[in-house]
Ligand binder design. Sequence first.
Ligand code: DC
Length: 230
Amino acid sequence: MNAKINIAIDGHSSCGKSTIAKAISKRYQMRYIDTGAMYRAICLYCLQNNLISKNKIDETLLEVHLPDIYVEFKYNADKKISETYLNDYNVEGLIRTLEISQSVSLVAKIPIVREKLVLLQQKIGKNKNVVMDGRDIGTKVFPHAELKFFVTASPEVRANRRWEELRKSGEKVSYEEVLSNLKMRDNNDINRKMNPLRMSKDAIKIDNSNISLQDQNDFIFSHIDKILKI
Ligand code: DC
């Protein structure tokens, strides 16, 4: 199937947007694009090239470097997932750390970075069949997406899920550190001047603090089936 629709999934940090997007991608054979990974990859580049120091980013130097920063996704057939590449290096294992989470908002608020990534995301979605998650997909990237979801959950529930994930990946962090980072990113996402996190008027809201994954999927799939007339 090649679905002639795009699906936008926006919402707060760590509320399970990627889990939803992956489930949709698998069920409807749609291409999944994790736009947070793109901002994270640029943040990794900035850290590797000393463009970020003491929680400040050198915007002038980043502007010089930006044309040489290539972010793309390649499908890993063995793992059956799409992986993030930065200038031809697979950075999938490097971009989900707390260090990146603590600096990525600095990168995400820079207008030239957003312009570059939004254009790239729109190009990827030009021929439809894409499910994309982020913060500004329904409002800015695909304002005419056929289906939009806005996902949220309480900060404590989200922090707990994220903490479990980080611990499983071997990172030594406390729950309090994760919660405070999450609240900081919510604040940055909501108050960013360019393309802040907002629920699009035509989005369907899902608060998954107290619902099972199965119920959430059933709800989402029923909306997609309706649009696809399955
Ligand atoms: O979804 P995530 O936590 O991996 O996203 C990483 C950061 O990138 C997050 O702090 C917000 C930012 N982001 C954004 O500003 N716009 C997007 N479309 C996606 C992510």
